[in-house]
Ligand binder design. Structure first.
Ligand code: ATP
Length: 247
């Protein structure tokens, strides 16, 4: 059994039929990349898994640890150990960097009281570890998050997700708007969290960067899966890369 199984999912925004027969597997302990051009359906896939509405999943199933989560509320899904970092950077602008990081604990504690049979297998990272990984945030611990640059806010949003204990971390375009050097910092942090046992589903437009750390990749186009294979297989598949990823 895979950690996450998506079978024949069909998702809609109102009348628009976006995902068509999407089936995917995410294996425990891997970094799985979901790649594709603008508008291919990557974000819609993550939202369909995370229970974020819209879109509406009208057909198919999403199964996590053998449990059908297709129609579950997003809060309940997060309590099961799936953490979703959306594309839009969600930091609390009128709180400091440090307070934003501590907020992860508050959210976690709330989850613990809601989740009756809650049992995370993987601990989140400590604030010390996170600040070591992101020295830029360490320097700005007492700065209001709203005054951080876009890239720094992105780092903070990712750092907060790493802080929570989670078994499956889903990141939507974590490299977007980040300078190459900072992309490397984020890559390092993602690899470290995987080494600690968290499974990662990474949505990226930057296919080259994503293939570097991914074990397996899916490519979507026009709401359907057009490639499934290892990162090495995708690297060797010039046709798929050129046709669907433009690299
Ligand atoms: P990007 O890399 O640009 O974020 P993506 O692969 O994540 O692209 P999606 O955001 O999943 O793409 O969008 C897939 C399709 O669904 C697009 O055609 C988009 O216009 C459409 N879509 C997305 N959100 C909505 C919405 N709220 N209402 C209607 N259509 C939507």
């Amino acid at each position: 059994m895979s950690l996450l199984e998506i079978d024949g999912v069909e998702s809609y925004y109102g009348q628009s039929h976006i995902l068509r027969d999407v089936s995917m597997r995410v294996e425990e302990g891997e970094i799985c990349a979901l790649l594709g051009r603008n508008g291919a359906g990557k974000t819609t896939t993550l939202r369909s898994i995370a229970g974020a509405r819209p879109p509406e999943v009208r057909e198919g199933t999403v199964t996590y640890k053998g449990r059908d989560i297709t129609d579950m509320e997003t809060e309940d899904i997060s309590v099961l150990g799936i953490s979703h970092v959306p594309e839009e950077r969600r930091v609390f602008g009128n709180l400091t960097v440090e307070e934003n990081l501590h907020l992860a604990d508050v959210v976690q504690n709330r989850s613990n009281t809601v989740g009756r049979d809650l049992q995370f297998e993987h601990e989140g990272q400590s604030i010390e570890q996170i600040l070591e990984d992101f020295p830029r945030l360490a320097e700005r611990q007492n700065q209001l998050a709203g005054t951080l640059s876009g890239g720094e806010q992105q780092m903070l949003a990712i750092a907060r997700a790493l802080k929570q204990s989670t078994d499956l971390l889903m990141l939507d375009e974590p490299y977007e708007g980040l300078a190459p050097q900072i992309i490397e910092t984020v890559e390092g942090a993602i690899e470290r969290i995987r080494e600690e046992g968290t499974t990662v589903l990474l949505v990226e437009q930057n296919a080259v960067a994503a293939m570097k750390i991914a074990d397996r990749c899916y490519v979507v186009d026009q709401g359907g899966v057009v490639f499934e294979g290892t990162a090495d297989e995708l690297r060797e598949d010039d046709e798929t890369r050129e046709r669907y990823l433009g690299v």
